[in-house]
Design a binder for this molecule. Sequence first.
Ligand code: IMP
Length: 424
Amino acid sequence: MAVDLLLGLQWGDEGKGKIVDVLTTHYDIIARFQGGPNAGHTLEFDGIKHVLHTIPSGIFHPTALNLIGNGVVIDPAIFKKEIEGLQPFNIDIANKLLISKKAHLILPTHRLLDAASEAAKGKGKIGSTLKGIGPTYMDKTGRNGIRVGDILTDQWEAKYQLLKEKHLKLLAGYPQNDTFDLNALEAEFMAGIAIIKSCKIVDSEQFIYEAQAQGKKILAEGAQGSLLDIDFGTYPYVTSSTTTAAGACTGLGVAPNQVKEVLGIFKAYATRVGSGPFPTELFDENGAQMAKVGHEFGATTGRPRRCGWIDLVALKYAIQINGVTQLMMMKGDVLSGFDSIKACTAYTTSGGTQEHLPYDLSDPSIAPVYTTIPGWEEDLTGLKSEADFPENFRKYVAYLEEQLATPIKIVSVGPDREQTIFRS
Ligand code: IMP
């Protein structure tokens, strides 16, 4: 058994990029299994901040191979920009990056459809990143999609035209649908297709299978978070892929019995970007402090993230759905300076108090029940080991570990690789 999974347990933006980067020295292959350029995985080292959208977060390490799996959707135009952004770092992209033939392509018209569909939803909008994610996965499951392997065939142009025409007919059904320059979008798209063609395009499930047979260590990298999962998230305010552990099986072709550790990442508080229910959301100075100190702005869209206290009901649910074996707690440093910290341990609902996630978190009768924990004043960003934890921070970590009944193996106290504490 040689595949470990790494997943976000909240609404995304937990810090997966940083942890994958830190852990890559222990792995031979990093494989992204779902999502697309709606993700923004941030890595920081040597004073430089990098944001990856489609490329796995192991790309900066000298030896690890990085695979974009079949479950990922790729926007060639964004992919091209990502590759160009890596050029100053002399990364051997030709040999270190592999792309699944079965990954689906985001067409320019997918992006236009995403924008049109969101605008039509009015107040009920999902708050999509508008990267074309929903329409692309719809075409995938509707069996109309175009896959990376198609661009290597003679029928590729015809397939593209056919799907584009279909999209244009759909777009005609929306108001204000003529404000785009499709020629310009197509030129960027085709330039991106040329870049994809220059990469190693592989039968990724076979690649993963053979790597496992050779005893290679593989880390499957998730995107977004469990509460944005298409089935188990706060539907319909979710993304369109399986962000939970099962997504790694379908998104890479890994058999369930090949999965070993499931590493679950969470923030010491909670954030959400986009619309949808968030019971522990704060609208006061505490929320503003989290947003300011935690630099809570979307890495992909720049939108401010909504902030709130940690929700243990939702976290327990995510741990259960994913079978998490180890936890990683991020951004503990952001909570320095709070007199006290709250953790949601149950919800009051119209049917009484409930300790498991209700069917519809949007139900206005739902309110969090909090436990209050003493805060700490000390700055944590320079901490090097667990022995140096301030007493109340140690107590907070111990409280979460006990509540979540899962060991917290890593505590992160800042964005840099160096600000990572491994617990025994
Ligand atoms: P979409 O995946 O772009 O369609 O967006 C659907 C919902 O998921 C919106 O609320 C987005 O803000 C949210 N979302 C998508 N990707 C991310 C991410 O990487 N981090 C956090 N939220 C995300």
